[in-house]
Design a protein around this ligand. Structure first.
Ligand SMILES: Nc1ncnc2c1ncn2[C@@H]1O[C@H](COP(=O)(O)OP(=O)(O)OP(=O)(O)O)[C@@H](O)[C@H]1O
Length: 788
């Protein structure tokens, strides 16, 4: 009977049913575990909130006790936020080891109730969780089974198993489940917020996240290889393993623009980490918010390392020695000559201290006052016997003090060595062609003209000015004016605090818990309130003394803060001056820098990591490479590869992790119809969609595009991703790129960035005239037709 295959199929069906049942049991089993984790999480939350309420309700505390209460309340509030943040996907995996032990892996560690302190759920960052990420058929790391647990809310929706070595079915090393979990993650629709990858971190990524390297680690990788994801998970890992140190010094994460920071802003909180400062470089000079725009050429010039020398020369140039015989000072109705030599000597003495300009200023001023006092004293009677002065030391001191209080004298001292703020120095430099010539003789006249701007208003800074202000702050040191201003600010704040404290006490008094019966009985109410124990001043002092901000909050307000670790994303875009600023913020040089040289868009950005880092750390840095593309399907990666080849034929393209079978398309339309067509095509795309075009088209595209369609130029699109992307007028993207002048293929970098944003679908829309012809690398893909 030839029913063999049928029987086979029947048996197969039965086997599948059995496995399905088993799977159902397994899912139920996991549901019980997961429910237990959530129950424990709920108890932890209730406990923390209870403690927080208790702490806040504490009464009758002394000065010290209140300060401690605030610190405890801050910590408990942060803990509560951490517990809230891990709600989604609390547990996502499990490993069963050969010796029978099984471990559940999750976003945070949870211990058993009841004093046993057995781990119930293991934090993904703990060494015990590592085999979940790195076990392979060849190196199973003692793992028998790896299980991916999918959840929706608190419900387990599926389990996917891989067996290593001889599993229960005698299967060999399984990779299907891991691949299925990964594919589900990379295929999921994208929203405006990046999500974490904690459930599917791949081995090459894990090696970087947990790298023991304490110094500078560069993570180079093509678009979509998970550089951002890896950098953020590394930050979370370091916060876990070096919590003691990093909680005090904070971690700084630098991104290319505010939109990018918003995009990645949820990742660390979802991993339970909140004490991190996210910033763009131009926000790292407290008190300055750049609002002005400038040409790419000016920004590039300001980013060059040579600007450090220009600024040092600009500071030296403000330490003036008069020409000719010197300066005549009008004092007490008479003119006194302060000779040029006296100026030269005072300047030399001040410079020899090696102190920053403002701190060396008193040395110069003192020396000038001494010379001037000598001059004035010399006018008085000279001892005929020994030729010495007849004035006593006290007389001389009086003369000196008199000179030091004379505004005319002070003006001369100030002109010789003025107190400077970074803002005054830079504004003074930019607004004077003479000063620019003296400070920047090595620049060409055209370059100096790029820096020149007539008396800029103080608030009128550009992003590229910020690293220069920071450099200037280093050269100048704190100035007496700003210290005085800080003192005044502190006084004003104290006044405010005092008023607030008084108000708070008034409110407390008004709403005090008074037991009238007791009062009638002539007894005091039993419950003590704040106003019983504090007066407004003591309350204000308490706030003044205890700084209850987190390390990240304090770091944000302090230019001289040094971070325990710095992560820089899109690191290829930073200029040499920006690197100088960042290196000052991290003297320990514990840094993770992620980027892709092929995507460099800024004219002042990096051409190689060696060139960026050598001035700061020589060759004391390590590079890791990411090679798998998780964002682009193979079909889109092939198009991007054509452009990458033009940028750098030697650079290898990352291997796409999946193929969707959806080919990118290309369409040519009349130039006048470009924006309208782009909007129409974008509206037809399901999911998240972006139109990426040259900056000059942004306005027209934004007007035409419907709601929910992101309209960006390549610079704004950096680091972001969408389900579908339509690249509009690629030739103009290349031509308009600010870096087009910086090298033969630099304009193509912007196009490369645009092409590498979609996770599912890519379209190319271009004008049907010769100027609109897509650049080489794309044209080789054939004439416009749909699909491409
Ligand atoms: N192990 C992983 N599991 C699931 N998704 C991943 C994994 N690694 C990366 N991804 C996803 O791939 C996408 C690209 O990652 P990411 O943005 O970090 O790449 P990138 O290298 O920084 O790209 P670009 O250079 O374009 O900024 C993201 O959606 C990220 O979540």
């Amino acid at each position: 009977m030839s029913s063999g295959p049928v029987h086979e199929r029947q048996r197969e069906r039965e086997r599948n049913d059995i496995r399905h049942d088993e799977q159902g049991d397994e899912q139920g089993d996991e549901q019980r575990h997961v429910s237990e984790f959530y129950a424990r999480l709920d108890r932890l939350r209730a406990e923390v909130r209870g403690r927080l309420e208790g702490v806040l309700a504490a009464r009758g505390l002394g000065h010290q006790g209140l300060a401690e209460r605030d610190i405890a309340a801050g910590e408990l509030a942060r803990r509560a936020a951490q517990l809230d943040a891990v709600e989604n996907g609390l547990c996502f995996g499990r490993i069963d080891l050969r010796d029978g032990e099984s471990r559940h892996i999750g976003r945070m560690g949870i211990l058993e109730d009841g004093g046993e302190f057995e781990p119930l759920l293991i934090d993904w960052r703990a060494p015990a969780a590592r085999p979940f990420y790195v076990a392979t058929g060849r190196r199973p790391e003692n793992v028998r089974r790896r299980r991916h647990i999918a959840t929706r809310g608190r419900e387990v929706t599926g389990v996917l198993d891989e067996f290593f070595g001889a599993g229960p079915e005698g299967a060999g090393p399984g990779g299907d489940a891991a691949e299925a979990a990964l594919l589900a993650a990379v295929n999921s629709p994208r929203t405006a917020r990046m999500t974490d990858i904690v459930a599917t971190i791949q081995a090459e990524q894990d090696a970087i996240i947990r790298a023991p390297h304490a110094g500078i680690l560069v993570v180079q990788g093509g678009p979509g290889t998970g550089k951002t994801a890896v950098a953020l998970h590394r930050a979370a890992y370091l916060l876990y393993t070096r919590r003691e140190r990093l909680a005090r010094s904070a971690v700084l994460i630098v991104g290319p623009n505010p939109a990018f920071l918003r995009y990645i802003g949820e990742v660390l909180p979802s991993l339970g980490e909140t004490g991190v400062l996210l910033a763009t470089v131009d926000r790292l000079f407290p008190g300055v918010t750049p609002t002005a725009a400038e040409s790419p050429a000016a920004a590039e010039l300001k980013g060059r390392a040579a600007m450090a020398e220009v600024l040092a020369a600009a500071v030296a140039d403000r330490q003036r020695v008069p020409e000719g015989e010197g300066r005549r000072v009008l004092h007490g109705g008479r003119r006194v000559l302060l000779e040029r030599d006296a100026f030269l000597r005072a300047r030399r003495l001040a410079r020899e201290t090696g102190l920053p300009h403002n701190q060396a200023r008193p040395v110069c001023h003192d020396a000038l006052l001494d010379s001037l006092a000598d001059r004035v004293a010399g006018r008085f009677a000279v001892d005929p016997v020994d030729g010495g002065s007849l004035l006593s030391a006290g007389d001389r001191e009086e003369i000196r003090a008199d000179l030091a209080g004379d505004p005319a004298v002070l003006a001369v001292l100030e002109a010789a060595w003025p107190a400077l703020t970074p803002q005054r120095l830079l504004a003074g430099l930019y607004s004077s062609t003479a000063r620019l010539e003296r400070a920047a003789p090595a620049l060409t006249a055209e370059e100096r003209a790029l820096l020149h701007r007539p008396a800029p208003a103080h608030a009128d800074w550009t992003a590229a000015d910020v690293p220069l202000l920071d450099e200037a702050a280093e050269l100048l040191g704190p100035d007496a004016d700003s210290e005085r201003a800080a003192g005044q600010r502190a006084e004003a704040e104290y006044g405010e605090r005092l008023a607030l404290a008084q108000e708070a006490l008034d409110v407390a008094y008004g709403s005090r818990d008074t037991d009238f019966a007791d009062e009638e009985d002539g007894e005091e109410a039993e419950v003590l309130s704040a106003f019983d124990l504090l007066d407004a001043q003591a309350l204000a002092d308490r706030y003044a003394e205890g700084d209850h901000r987190t390390a990240a909050e304090r770091a944000a307000a302090d230019r001289t803060w040094t971070f325990g670790h710095v992560v820089v994303d899109e690191a290829q875009e930073l200029t040499a001056m920006a690197w100088r600023l960042l290196m000052r913020r991290c003297p320990g040089r514990s840094m993770t820098l992620v980027g892709d040289i092929a995507q460099t868009g800024e004219p002042g950005g990096a051409a190689s990591w060696e060139r960026v880092l050598a001035p700061h750390v020589g060759d004391r840095w390590r590079q890791a490479e990411l090679t798998v593309n998780y964002r682009l399907p193979a079909e889109i990666a092939a198009v991007a590869a054509g452009v990458l080849f033009r940028i750098d034929p030697w650079r290898s393209t990352p291997r796409a992790v999946r193929s969707t079978g959806v080919a990118p398309w290309r369409l040519a339309v009349p130039r006048a119809a470009l924006a309208r067509e782009a909007a129409r095509l974008a509206a037809a795309e399901p999911g998240s969609v972006a139109l990426i075009g040259p900056a000059s088209l942004r306005g027209a595209l934004a007007r035409a595009a419907g709601e929910g369609v992101a309209v960006l130029d390549p610079r704004q699109a950096k680091g972001l991703e969408f389900d579908a992307v339509i690249v509009v007028d690629p030739a103009a993207i290349v031509a308009e790129s600010p870096s087009a002048q910086a090298g033969p293929h630099r304009g193509l970098n912007d196009l490369y960035v645009a092409l590498t944003r979609p996770t599912q679908r890519l379209g190319l829309l271009h004008p049907d005239d010769p100027a609109g012809t897509p650049p080489a690398g794309l044209t080789r893909l054939g004439p416009p037709a749909r699909p491409l």
